[in-house]
Design a protein around this ligand. Structure first.
Ligand code: AMP
Length: 691
């Protein structure tokens, strides 16, 4: 717990006891018929204590971010969401039929932002890192998701309102309870606050039994009805379907895109010249039947995922470009800091890897690249942290996992998961499909290695086991080194060994003459192994929502009578890069506007031409609300002004140059500061009159 919060909670508890003691003293004085001045003095001191308590409560409220600040967060979110929905960035799907929870449509500006984010993702990862992009179907046969573990384990714990049957996510109810108590109930003791914070820190670690016990202990009921709740039980989040008309071939809508890459490993490895490391990437829709989706775009039932599977030799997870990111420093939240109640802290990436906080260089390299990707999009670096998974939160096979979490009005939200999944996925698909998904390392010189050799004597085994001979031979050949050496020892000492043949479902007796087990020196020309996979997985909708919130601000209109909304999107993300307005409705200005519009189209700059008669200030305000970074205003036939959205500064350029200046500055080849120092400034005057 934060030191100031702890001190304030203690002081508040002491003040409360003092008030109770003083209250008793006042009552005792009154009962004893004490003199009025004496009673008045005691009441005055009691009131003084109450005032002090109120002041401590206010400080505590500020320290924990509840009260006014949580109201502010909600008001802020409402302002952002209202603007987004009004300007059709996104809207609830099937709205005329009252919508469906967890399904949203992107409207025109939202689509443009999403496509810009994805284009940058391709540039930053696929292109810069030479990744192999694939595009696999959403409908997936059951066998694939059975092998990956999703059919059995892709579940969330659910509780039901025992009377109405309404479903809730068990961990969300516990989380809401803890947050509400911590933020709104100032009377809880320091110990209780620490307990609730600990639960929040380990929430993802809790088993169904532990969650159920906590819900009972705190008396948590159904939020809508206050009815009792069932015990938590697992609910599989996949949408089930069947492939083809017979109904005999079960399938699911994929819950992630990764499996499509794993099942193609063999071909992709070959395509890559049988060389490691390499990465494959995929952008596509994922489907999860979330139990009770809330929080708008953050928790939906169909969303775009962009995933990278970087295949690497498990014995060599160094990264040739790690030095490029090693000196970067940003907020990291290692497991130990979370468990001990500390906050995230800045750690240079190189140090995080060398101290073993981050498991390996390749994982560290991707953490660095994700940081760069998100901040270039416009995510505020002070509201971005990398949180390590707690030990039990992580899948048992994973070597290490970090989530890029972005703080928004809903708190810290996981937007990118970066996991070292070891060899789990490829092994699982190799076993289920029977196709070895492995890589080879060819040795420059053959190496001599001691090898265990098992030679079943088929003639003797045939005589002893007749029709079962084949299964006994296969079982003998499949023994691991430990089993084989134990059998060898038993055969040498006793002449026989009891041996379980699982395909026969029974033990058989192996005699000394039936198998030869020895260790031999052999020459090996290559090593065959299952690669490890490091997977950064990006929830595009979550990133976009956080970007909307981090980019939004309001400013007073020039007349001072209105708050105007602005999205400060970087040009890279902005849905439209530029608007073109004739200052007034005159044919010769409109013609110039059309010429500039044509040049912008040729230069590939998305723009909007607005020749309505609305005042120029209103037209600026409309485009600021869409986050358009530049506006060209035609106020003469030879030169025009270019206005930058956030500073509202304007420069004057010739009609011929206008499109190329906007192109350079939106492509990032030139900064606005450079444009500002190159061209004559235009003072707002009449043009800004209405702003
Ligand atoms: P996961 O495979 O659960 O680690 O999810 C990968 C990424 O998908 C997360 O980091 C989130 O950004 C995103 N994500 C997961 N579930 C949802 C959801 N229901 N709605 C939107 N994005 C999600």
């Amino acid at each position: 717990m934060d030191a100031s919060e702890e001190i304030l909670r203690k002081t508040l508890a002491e003040k409360q006891s003092a008030i109770e003691a003083h209250g008793n003293a006042v009552r005792a004085l009154k009962a004893a018929g004490a003199a009025k001045p004496e009673i008045d003095a005691a009441i005055e001191s009691l009131n003084g204590l109450k005032l002090e308590k109120t002041s401590i409560e206010r400080q505590l409220q500020a320290a924990i971010g509840g009260g006014d600040s949580s109201l502010n967060r909600e008001a802020f979110r409402q302002a952002v969401v209202n603007t987004l929905e009004r300007r059709l960035f996104y809207i609830p799907s099937f709205k005329i039929y009252r919508g469906v929870a967890g399904l949203y449509d992107y409207g025109p500006p939202g689509c443009a932002v999403k496509s810009n984010v994805l284009a940058f993702w391709r540039q930053h990862f696929v292109l810069e890192e030479n990744m192999l992009e694939v595009d696999c179907p959403c409908v997936t046969p059951e066998v694939v998701l059975k092998a990956s573990g999703h059919v059995d384990k892709f579940t969330d714990l659910m509780v039901k309102d025992e009377k109405t049957g309404t479903c809730y996510r068990a961990d969300h109810l516990l989380k809401d309870f803890c947050n509400e108590k911590l933020q709104k109930d100032l009377s809880i003791s320091t110990e209780k606050a620490a307990e609730l914070k600990h639960i929040l820190a380990v929430l993802d670690d809790l088993s169904a039994e532990e969650l159920g016990a906590k819900l009972k202990e705190y008396g948590i009921t159904a939020p809508d009805t206050k009815n009792p709740l069932s015990d938590p039980y697992p609910f599989n989040l996949m949408f089930q379907t069947s492939i083809g008309p017979s109904g005999l071939s079960p399938g699911y809508m994929r819950p992630e895109t990764a499996q499509g890459i794993f099942v193609n490993f063999k071909d992709l490895y070959y395509y890559n010249g049988n060389k490691l490391p390499f990465a494959a990437a995929q952008i596509g829709q994922a489907f999860r039947n979330e139990i009770s989706p809330r929080q708008g775009l953050l928790r939906v039932r169909e969303f775009t995922l962009a995933e990278i599977e970087h295949f690497v030799d498990p014995e060599n997870k160094f990264h040739p470009k790690f030095s490029e990111v090693a000196n970067w420093e940003f907020l990291m939240f290692p497991r130990e800091e979370q468990m001990s109640g500390h906050s995230a802290k800045k750690i240079p990436l190189g140090e995080a890897v060398s101290r073993g906080i981050v498991n390996n260089e390749t994982l560290g390299y991707f953490i660095g690249r994700v940081y760069l990707f998100l901040t270039r999009l416009g995510i505020d670096k002070d509201r971005l942290r990398f949180r390590q998974h707690l030990a039990n939160e992580m899948a048992h096979y994973a070597a290490d996992c970090w989530d890029a979490e972005i703080e928004c009005s809903y708190g810290w939200i996981e937007c990118v998961g970066i996991a070292d999944r070891s060899a789990y996925d490829l092994r699982a698909h190799s076993e289920k499909s029977g196709v070895p998904l492995v890589a080879q390392e060819k040795f420059p010189e053959p190496r001599e290695v001691e090898k265990l050799v098992i030679n079943p004597v088929k003639k003797e085994l045939g005589l002893a086991f007749k029709g079962n001979q084949k299964m006994v031979v296969e079982a003998l050949e499949a023994m691991n080194e430990k089993e084989a050496l134990e059998m060898k020892a038993a055969l040498e000492s006793k002449g026989v060994s009891e041996f379980n043949v699982c395909t026969l479902g029974k033990n058989v007796t192996i005699k000394k003459n039936m198998v030869a087990i020895s260790k031999e020196i052999k020459k090996e020309h290559q090593r065959v192994f299952t690669p490890s996979v490091i997977e950064p997985s990006f929830g595009i909708g979550r990133i976009i929502f956080c970007l909307f919130e981090h980019s939004f601000y309001t400013r007073l209109s020039k007349a001072g009578d209105e708050q105007l909304n602005v999205f400060r999107f970087p040009p890279l993300v902005a849905p439209i890069k530029c608007t073109v307005f004739p200052l007034v409705q005159q044919q010769h200005y409109e013609e110039v506007a059309k010429v500039i519009s044509q040049s912008l189209t040729t230069a590939g700059i998305s723009h909007k031409i607005d020749i309505t008669g609305t005042s120029i200030g209103k037209r600026y305000a409309r485009t600021d609300e869409l986050g358009v970074p530049f506006a060209i205003t035609v106020d003469s036939t030879s030169s025009v002004t270019i206005r930058e959205r956030d500073s509202k500064d304007q420069v004057r350029v010739s009609v011929e140059e206008a499109a190329s200046v906007v192109k350079e500055v939106t492509d990032g080849r030139r900064t606005w500061a450079d444009v500002w120092s190159t061209f004559p400034h235009h003072s707002s005057g009449s043009v800004e009159a209405d702003e």
